[in-house]
Design a protein around this ligand. Structure first.
Ligand SMILES: [Zn+2]
Length: 146
């Protein structure tokens, strides 16, 4: 019975995670937010409200409000976008992205599939050697004392 579970239930649950967009989460977004989160755009470097922002708290998905990153993992990479060297467990889906003739890994919110940015490894910015490069427009900051 256990093998049957793995054969049938597990693949279904994986498919379920990639069901695409539930538009309920995206209806309230403005045009600028939608161009990033739904159309997988990228905001201009150094333009985002969280690029140079290091308050204590955490960051939720702007579309569905799932917690994605803690401020303790945010670091200053000078790359022009908010950078995190870790994610909140199971909050993010990673998918190979070969658009623009680049081999990158796209990161999306695991709950609503909204586009966040890309993740890069091996750049040696921090001990975790990981940089989640995230659009400010995909996030909303929640201070710790709230
Ligand atoms: Zn989301």
């Amino acid at each position: 019975m256990k093998n049957l579970f793995l054969l049938f239930v597990l693949p279904l649950s994986i498919l379920g995670q990639n069901k695409g967009f539930n538009m309920d989460y995206f209806n309230k977004l403005n045009e600028q937010e939608r161009s990033i989160i739904v159309d997988k755009g990228t905001e201009a470097p150094f333009s985002g409200e969280y690029n140079n922002f290091f308050e204590k708290g955490y960051y939720i998905c702007r579309a569905c409000e799932t917690p994605l990153f803690k401020s303790s993992s945010k670091f200053n990479s000078n790359c022009g976008w908010p950078s995190f060297d870790d994610e909140i467990e199971n909050a993010i889906i990673k998918t190979p992205d070969n658009s623009y003739n680049m081999q990158r890994i796209e990161i999306c919110c695991a709950n609503c599939n909204g586009h966040l940015g890309h993740v890069f490894y091996g750049e040696k910015y921090t001990d975790k050697n990981t940089r989640h490069c995230v659009n400010s427009l995909s996030l909303r900051f929640i201070p710790d004392n709230e």
